[in-house]
Ligand binder design. Structure first.
Ligand code: ADP
Ligand code: MG
Length: 143
């Protein structure tokens, strides 16, 4: 499924819709260059899960846990990860195969440990279509 947005608000609303429909145990991966809107989308998902506290990219930790929503929300940003070992150290599989919602910014950096069943979201700019244009591709992956 391909969706086009023309503002951060529209990307937020798309995330919110997905967050409101998300089911326990789902893993969402987010791929896209710096500044494409992964965090904006994530904030929408958080709102859709009923979270009211602010969600920003975790800078000094790989994962930030939010428990106040409809389901636990595990927000990963693996941009600064040096080695896959760091994922082992935080016990990532408890999150990936747990009962909350995982959302992973920069998921392509940890491709080798991503679960087979996941929902892949890719955000791309196209400057020919304007500065605020984003093409968002949502694909279900499984074996
Ligand atoms: P990332 O997490 O991918 O690095 P951010 O979500 O932090 O990116 O930032 C995206 C930036 O792009 C924000 O400043 C936002 O206002 C801007 N922006 C402009 N148009 C859009 C759009 N259609 N969707 C999402 N963000 C947009
Ligand atoms: Mg980000």
């Amino acid at each position: 499924m391909v969706i086009e947005t023309g503002s951060p608000e529209e990307t937020f609303e798309l995330g919110k819709k997905i967050g409101s429909r998300a089911k326990a145990g789902q893993v969402y991966t987010l791929t896209g260059d710096l500044g494409t809107g992964k965090t904006v989308f994530t904030q929408g998902v958080a709102a859709g899960l009923g979270l009211t506290e602010p969600v920003n990219s975790p800078t000094f930790t790989i994962v930030q846990v939010y428990e106040e929503g409809r389901l636990p929300f595990y927000h990963f940003d693996v941009y600064r990860i040096g080695d896959i070992e760091e994922m082992e150290e935080i016990g990532y599989d408890d999150y990936f195969f747990g009962n909350g919602i995982c959302l992973i910014e920069w998921a392509e950096l940890i491709e080798e440990i991503l679960p087979e069943d996941r929902i892949s979201i890719t955000i791309q700019k196209n400057l020919e279509k304007g500065f605020d244009y984003r093409q968002i591709t949502i694909e279900e992956k499984n074996k």
